[in-house]
Design a protein around this ligand. Structure first.
Ligand SMILES: [Zn+2]
Length: 255
């Protein structure tokens, strides 16, 4: 029975990943019809319902819109796969628990944030608020040893909210840019959720991967082209790595 659940969750996550991709497109445009009847983002014509099937949908009609022939991005496919892999890793590393559910919902919200950030370079406050609520929940539960879900105690959650966001805020004030306000608010919410140890690790992982990818892009395409690093997506990867292996990483560092 449990094995079945372990198999079903990533399969369901494929569908959810596709839905999250459509939601991230619909949200800033207020076009929520997109969720159930996907349209071609180029010509606006409705796509066949078959396109809602994960993985298959992307490759139908050679990844082109059947009406106008415009290329359909691989975004939906990547979104499906990313969320399914995140769900699989979370269930394997965290185990099926209430904490797993909270991390999974956070991952879903982070996926929407990343997609919207990549799409229109904005960080929607509604989604941030969702992450904040989950953070408040873990913070409140941390006051009660009998029901708390994480190893972190209440002040660790509180310190976590500021330990990354406050220095970033000061840097933004001094430099007048470079770091977006959205990134700072996100690190506040994630810090409250994770506690200071894990949020530091999430941030370090996220920045390290962002730097690595930037260097690779620079080497591949030359320094003439300007790249804007979509930081939210990297911070999301940092979050996932922190909840998966953060505790082991801490144990290794302070052994
Ligand atoms: Zn089209």
């Amino acid at each position: 029975m449990i094995t079945l659940v372990y198999v079903l969750i990533p399969i369901l996550a494929l569908f959810v990943g596709g839905a999250l991709y459509r939601l991230a497109y619909a949200l800033p445009r207020r076009s929520f019809g997109e969720l159930l009847s996907p349209t071609c983002h180029a010509c606006g014509d409705p796509l066949p319902t078959l396109y809602l099937i994960p993985l298959v949908g992307t490759f139908l009609n050679k990844m082109r819109c059947p009406v106008c022939g415009e290329k359909r991005g691989v975004g939906c496919f990547l979104s499906e796969v990313t969320f399914a892999v995140a769900a699989l890793l979370l269930e394997l590393f965290v185990g099926l628990s209430f904490l797993f559910l909270i991390y999974l919902v956070t991952a879903a919200l982070l996926l929407i944030l990343s997609l919207v950030d990549l799409d229109i370079k904005e960080v929607p406050h509604g989604i941030l608020f969702g992450i904040l609520l989950l953070g408040v929940l873990l913070f409140v539960l941390s006051f009660f040893p009998s029901v708390r879900l994480t190893a972190a105690v209440w002040w660790e959650h509180l310190v976590g909210a500021f330990i990354v966001s406050l220095p970033l805020f000061i840097v933004m004030m001094i430099t007048g840019g470079g770091i977006g306000g959205g990134d700072i608010k996100l690190m506040f919410c994630l810090g409250l959720l994770l506690g200071y140890k894990l949020v530091l690790i999430a941030f370090l992982f996220g920045i390290a991967i962002a730097a690595l990818v930037s260097v690779i892009l620079l080497l591949a395409f030359g320094k003439d082209r300007k790249f804007e690093v979509p930081l939210v997506a990297f911070l999301a990867v940092g979050f996932l790595l922190a909840v998966l292996v953060g505790d082991k990483f801490i144990a290794l560092l302070f052994a």
